[in-house]
Each structure stands twice: as C-alpha cells, then as structure tokens.
Write a protein that binds this ligand. Structure first.
Ligand code: KIV
Ligand code: NA
Length: 266
C-alpha cells in the first residue's frame, strides 16, 4: 500500500472515518501494526517509561527519539509516522524547536512531529509549520508537564480549566497544527473540542467522541504490568505468553530437552 499522507488523515475526519493510532518504538512492532493497517504510528516519548524504565518522559533525549524513529520508519510501508519532540527540545526557544523538529524529519525520517502545549506553544507550532513540517498538537494531560500538574491527573474538570483547554485547542489549530491529541480530559469537553475544530482530534482518555484514538502499544497488549489506567483496554495478554515461552526455554535447557540433534549442525 502507498504510504498515507497528511491529506489521507484529514480526509478521514471529513468523511467521518475514525483514525487509528498506536505507539511503536522498534522495527518488529512497527512492522506488525503497519501490516494490520494502522493509520498512524506515533514514536512517542512514552518510550522513556514504556521501554527505557524511567518514571517520567522527562529524561528522553533527541538522540533517543531519532534512534527509535529510524527503527520504526524502516519497518513502515503504509502508516503515517509522527515522532514526539522530547522535553527541552522545543520549550527553550523557537529556534531550538525549529532545529530539533528538522532533525526528527531529516535524521529520524518522520512525516510529522508532535508538541505538547496549547496557547503557550502557538508561536512554536506556527514556526515549525512555516518550515513545512506538519505538526500534531497535544493538549490536556501533557506528561512533560507532570511537575506543574502535580501528577498524571485528568485536566479540565473545573469550568475555568475547561475554558482554557478550549482556547488551547483553538490556538493549536490556528497556529497550523493538522491534528491534535486530546489526553486525559472529560468526555464532554473532548466532544466539544472535536465539534469546534476542523482538524482531527485523537483521543487518549478523552471519551468516545474524538475523531481518532491513540494508545501505547505496551498498554493494549498487556506488556506494561505496573499499572493500567482506566482508559486502557487490554486487547491481549502478551506478558503471559512471553513468560510462558521463557519458562519453557529455561526448563528445557535445564532438563537437557533443548537443544536436540535436530537443532545441531553436523
Ligand atoms: O508519548 C506518547 O505515547 C504519547 C501518546 C500516548 C499520545 O504522547
Ligand atoms: Na508523548
């Protein structure tokens, strides 16, 4: 299949087709979801927690994002690939943001970059868009803001906060983002934002009325056993399968059942 473009993604909102997005951080996962026909792949900075074992996404570096992006891009034939801009790669100033967004495209092979923030990032989104790099916004529960939020909590519950989030959504669209992730906000607010905007909204913990859905692949496959937030559904129990396979390997090697002559060279 031909690789999807920004035009395909925007057309899906226009035609009411739900947009599917998952995170991938390496070649095998990206290949599998691409073959399944996923619309968009996000090389998320959630790789910091999902595969690198950090407590937050804050330590993730540009070089790490590029390394994982390259592995994913090598596997992809049809999905649209978005790569996250990590903490400190765009907040410091607009020039840094432009430079680092360019690196994710040029070195990482991304088709678009994602930035956390609303009104406060409008100028940055506009600057990156102006260098012809498509931008996905990300508002609501923004994990890089963990210390401001005081934890991973649903955003926009109070009326004042909800109004600010609607302003953020408008600002992101106005600045030129071609899609926006809505994370951790009440379903009614997400529905209102989705109605208000002409760009697609992609929800995670944002109810049932967004134009698309994104989740972390490790969460939906049951690979992340530490905790499971309410918005995650476990579509498979891969941890159980992996543990079974490893248990069997250990037992067969210990017992001398494996390897057999069939696995040996003459
Ligand atoms: O890094 C990530 O995985 C994300 C999504 C979950 C939206 O930003
Ligand atoms: Na992210």
């Amino acid at each position: 299949a031909r690789q999807k473009t920004i035009l395909d993604i925007q057309k899906m909102k226009a035609e009411g087709e739900r947009i599917t997005m998952l995170t991938a951080y390496d070649y095998p996962f990206a290949r599998l979801m691409d073959q399944c026909g996923i619309d968009m792949i996000l090389v998320g900075d959630s790789l910091g927690t999902a595969v690198a074992g950090h407590d937050t996404t804050l330590p993730v570096t540009m070089d790490e994002m590029i390394y994982h992006a390259k592995a994913v891009v090598r596997a992809v034939e049809s999905a649209f690939v978005v790569v996250d801009m990590p903490f400190m790669s765009y907040q410091t100033d607009v020039r840094d943001a432009r430079y680092n967004a360019g690196r994710l495209i040029k070195e990482g092979g991304a088709q678009a970059v994602k930035i956390e923030g609303g009104c406060n990032m409008a100028e940055t989104i506009a600057a990156i868009t102006a260098m012809d790099i498509p931008v996905v916004g990300h508002i609501g529960l923004t994990p890089q803001s963990i210390h401001r939020m005081g934890g991973y909590r649903v955003q926009g519950r109070q009326e004042e906060q909800a109004k600010r989030l609607l302003d953020d959504a408008r600002a992101v669209e106005q600045a030129g983002a071609f899609a926006v992730v809505l994370e951790g906000i009440p379903r009614k607010l997400a529905a209102e934002i989705t109605r208000e905007l002409s760009i697609p909204t992609i929800g995670i913990g944002a109810g049932v009325d967004c134009d698309g859905q994104v989740l972390v692949i490790h969460d939906i496959l049951g690979l992340c056993e530490k905790y499971s937030p309410k918005f995650v559904k476990k579509f498979a129990d891969v941890s159980g399968m992996i543990r079974q396979g490893i248990d069997d390997y250990i037992r067969e090697v210990k017992d001398g059942e494996f390897p057999t002559p069939d696995h040996s060279f003459d």
